[in-house]
Design a protein around this ligand. Structure first.
Ligand code: Z5A
Length: 210
């Protein structure tokens, strides 16, 4: 590895797309190469944010703006207490979901307006944006089957195939809007092939010598 500074890399996609699997593997490879690395996730990643995560994933329903604000409240804690300090210290930050998930889930999924999402970003993120976003793309049925095989369904996993199809389309819209930051990867392949595509993307986009 011949890189001087860390990068902020986010993994996005629907349920069961393999984000956690790939985030673990990528973070381990960076650490093995001697890079300081933080692997983290949303909602969560800081003590207060993990408490908000418990609220968000437990049974119940929220107004979509309330729900988006809860995600951004958790994200603010995560950014201020974990992500930004680690980036400033030169670490690579590998994050399982970030603000794009709010645009896909609360926007495309639950009707939150793009402009409202953008205002919440302005208010809470102080200009922080991922250097690279890997969107792991998988047909909805395949993702839900993978997620079901792993653990009991949470509140979002129970929302049904139509909801998850809107999420998938929402991520495609994000990739079309921001091609310099986002790369869509076919996540239906085996985990080894997906990881190889991630490494190739890091080489091309960030000059990584992984
Ligand atoms: N949410 C939101 O609404 N708004 C927001 O702003 C944010 C989040 C940030 C968080 O749930 C929920 O919050 C999420 C969106 C919402 N909705 N849900 N559910 P979470 O953190 O508990 O779960 P998740 O983010 O959706 O992750 P996941 O379901 O755990 O999926 P994943 O991380 O993408 O997949 P995985 O855990 O790596 O793999 C799932 C299974 O598939 C596992 O058994 C693997 O071994 C297997 N797997 C992985 N890759 C492969 C391949 N390539 N082939 C075959 N099998 C594989």
């Amino acid at each position: 590895m011949l890189m001087a500074r860390g990068y902020f890399i986010t993994l996005e996609g629907g349920e069961g797309a393999g984000k956690s699997t790939q985030a673990r593997r990528l973070a381990a490879a960076l650490a093995a190469a001697g890079m300081p690395v933080l692997r983290t996730r949303e909602p969560g990643g800081a003590p207060g944010a993990e408490r908000i995560r418990d609220l968000l994933l437990s049974p119940g329903s929220w107004d979509s703006l309330t729900e988006a604000m809860l995600h951004f409240a958790a994200r603010r804690e995560h950014v201020v207490r974990s992500i930004r300090p680690m980036l400033e210290a030169g670490a690579w930050v590998i994050c399982d979901r970030f603000a794009d998930s709010t645009l896909a889930y609360q926007g495309a999924g639950q009707g939150l307006a793009y402009e409202t999402w953008a205002r919440l970003c302005d208010l809470t993120l102080e200009g922080l944006q991922p250097d690279l976003t890997l969107i792991l793309d998988l047909p909805v049925e395949a993702g839900l089957a993978r997620a079901a095989g792993r653990s009991a369904a949470d509140r979002y996993e129970k929302l049904g195939a139509d909801f998850h199809a809107r999420i998938r389309a929402g991520f495609h819209d994000i990739a079309r809007r921001e091609p310099a930051r986002c790369v869509v990867l076919d996540a239906a392949r085996d985990a080894e092939a997906v990881y190889a595509a991630i490494v190739e993307t890091l080489r091309q986009r960030l000059g990584a010598k992984l």
